[in-house]
Design a protein around this ligand. Structure first.
Ligand code: DQA
Length: 183
């Protein structure tokens, strides 16, 4: 996907009068005239990334992953709101609160992937496109991890790419939303 200028920065500082602020509006990730907003939601135990089994989850902390996601979102001209909780209710409250002005969701539901039916209902009720992300390859681990109750309501699942999976999900979701905006 081509690099896109950050509309927040276009026309400022060193970009002033340069090529960047002359990009057409359509280069920016927009939905119905407003900047696209994507929720990036992390479930239980993901606050401990950096201390969990690196062979499954990599060495990056959650703060490092979120910072890279925010950076890529700026490049794509999209807005991202990140959230982590160890509690299913708090994840649902966040999704319900943010739903009205959001256009898509990237979620790593942690262990709720395998049995979190209330979380699944909350995600389905948003009606938004959802991408499920797992740092580890859940299909190459214990049998019980292979089953996801989220997968049937997700557009797609990215599993096994460690922190890079969130970036792949963001790029895919922005592209999908832009595609679906086309008349
Ligand atoms: C996980 C996989 C889940 O099975 C596990 O419970 C997690 C993390 C992953 O990112 O690989 O906590 O979602």
């Amino acid at each position: 996907m081509p690099q896109m200028p950050d509309p927040d920065r276009a026309g400022q500082g060193q970009n002033r009068g340069a090529g960047l602020n002359s990009y057409p509006e359509t280069f920016y990730a927009k939905v119905a005239g407003t900047k696209m907003k994507i929720l990036v939601v992390h479930g239980p135990n993901l606050n401990l990334l950096g201390h969990r089994d690196a062979s499954h989850y990599g060495r990056q902390t959650l703060a490092e992953i979120d910072a890279l996601v925010q950076k890529r979102a700026r490049e794509l001209g999209a807005k991202v709101a990140t959230f982590q909780s160890n509690s299913e209710g708090a994840l649902i409250d966040f999704i319900q609160k943010e739903r009205p002005d959001s256009q898509g969701i990237i979620i790593n539901p942690g262990a709720y992937t395998h049995y979190g039916l209330a979380l699944r209902d909350a995600l389905a009720d948003t009606g938004l496109p959802i991408i499920e992300v797992h740092l580890s390859n859940i299909h190459a681990r214990e049998g019980w991890r292979r089953h996801s109750v989220i997968a049937p309501i997700a557009r797609g699942q990215i599993s096994g790419l460690k922190g890079q999976g969130y970036i792949a999900a963001l790029e895919a979701l922005v592209a999908l939303l832009q595609e679906e905006e086309k008349p």
